[in-house]
Design a protein around this ligand. Structure first.
Ligand code: NAP
Ligand code: GCO
Length: 264
C-alpha cells in the first residue's frame, strides 16, 4: 500500500513563519510529522507559533539565520535532542531582490545567493550525518520558475535557484547510496508576501501589469496559493517517493509547459 504517512518523523522547515513554508509545515504536520521551523525575528516567531497553535500544531520554533552555519548546527543538534534526529529537511527560506543586474551591487547579489543557495547547502550539511547514520532521509529544496527561466531584474535569484536545482541533483547523486532522497519542489507564481509587489493594484484600481501577465502565462489562469504546495510536499517527504531522487517537481499550474495566451 502506498504510504503518505509521516507518523514518527521529524521535519525541519526553514523560513516557515509564514508563506509557502508555513503551508508546507502545516501539511507535513497533518501527515503526522513533528515540526521544527526557524525564522530571523522574534516578532515573526511569536506570530507563527500562534498560527500553528490555532491549527493544533505544536511546532518548535528557532530564531536562526540559515546563513549562520554555527547557528544552524546548534539548531539541528537541539532538534535532535528534543524531538529526535531530522528525518525531513525542507530548505524553504529565501529572499529575492528585483534590481536590474547592471545596477545591482555585488553585495546585494551575494546576499541573495547566500540565503537562496549557500544556506540550503549549510542546512543540508547539518542534517546529513544523522540521515547517513539512520540510512534514511528526505531533503527537499524549494526551487523556482527561475530554476528554469530568466526574466528582467532577478539575475541573482535566478542564478541561486538554478544553482539550487543542480545542488539538488548533486546531493541526490552523492547520498542516494544512504537511502537519502533529495528532490526539489518548484512553485510557480504563488500569492505570498514575496510576490505581493507584483500583484498590487495600480493607482487607478486596475490590475498590476505583472499580475495580468502571469495569469496569461498560466494555463490554470490563476496565481498559485501556498495550499497548492501541501499535497506535493507530503508526497516528496513520504516513503511514497522513495524511488524519486534528483527530481524537481514543478507546481506551477502549467507555466513551464505553455507559450502563453495568444493576443486576441
Ligand atoms: P516569503 O513570504 O518572503 O517568506 C520567506 C520566509 O523565509 C520567511 O519566513 C522569512 O522569515 C524566511 N527567511 C528569509 N531569509 C531567511 C534567513 N536568512 N534565515 C531564515 N529564514 C529566512 O517567501 P515565500 O513566497 O513564502 O517563498 C518561500 C520560498 O519559496 C522561497 O525560497 C522562495 O524563493 C520560494 N518561491 C516562492 C515563490 C512565490 O511565487 N512566492 C515561487 C517559487 C519559489 P524571516 O524574514 O522572519 O526570517
Ligand atoms: C519574480 C517572482 C518569482 C517567484 C518565483 C517564481 O519576481 O519573478 O518573485 O521569482 O518568486 O520564484 O517561481
Amino acid at each position: 500500500m502506498v504510504n503518505f504517512s509521516l507518523e514518527g518523523k521529524v521535519a525541519l522547515v526553514t523560513g516557515a513563519a509564514y508563506g509557502i513554508g508555513f503551508a508546507m509545515a502545516q501539511a507535513l504536520a497533518e501527515a503526522g510529522a513533528k515540526i521544527a521551523f526557524n525564522c530571523r525575528t522574534q516578532a515573526n516567531m511569536d506570530k507563527a507559533l500562534e498560527a500553528y497553535k490555532a491549527l493544533g500544531i505544536e511546532a518548535k520554533g528557532y530564531i536562526c539565520d540559515c546563513t549562520d552555519e554555527a547557528g544552524v548546527k546548534a539548531m539541528v543538534e537541539d532538534i535532535s535532542a528534543t524531538l529526535g534526529p531530522v528525518d525531513i529537511l525542507v530548505n524553504n527560506a529565501g529572499i529575492i531582490k528585483r534590481i536590474p543586474m547592471h545596477e545591482m551591487a555585488a553585495e546585494e547579489f551575494r546576499q541573495v545567493v547566500d540565503i537562496d543557495l549557500i544556506a540550503p547547502y549549510i542546512c543540508a550539511k547539518a542534517v546529513l550525518p544523522g540521515m547517513m547514520e539512520k540510512r534514511a532521509g528526505k531533503i527537499i529544496n524549494v526551487c523556482s520558475m527561475m530554476s528554469e527561466l530568466g526574466r528582467e531584474t532577478v539575475s541573482a535569484y535566478a542564478a541561486a535557484k538554478g544553482g539550487l536545482k543542480m545542488l539538488t541533483r548533486n546531493i541526490a547523486s552523492e547520498y542516494g547510496q544512504y537511502n537519502i532522497q533529495c528532490n526539489g519542489i518548484g512553485p510557480g507564481y504563488i500569492a505570498t508576501p514575496q510576490t505581493a509587489p507584483l500583484r498590487e493594484p495600480q493607482a487607478d484600481g486596475s490590475r498590476h501589469p505583472f499580475d495580468s501577465f502571469i495569469v496569461a502565462k498560466t494555463p490554470a489562469e490563476r496565481w498559485g496559493t501556498p495550499e497548492d504546495l501541501m499535497g506535493p510536499i507530503v508526497f516528496l517527504a513520504s516513503s511514497a517517493s522513495d524511488f524519486v531522487n534528483g527530481h524537481v517537481l514543478y507546481v506551477d499550474g502549467g507555466i513551464l509547459a505553455y507559450i502563453g495566451k495568444q493576443p486576441k
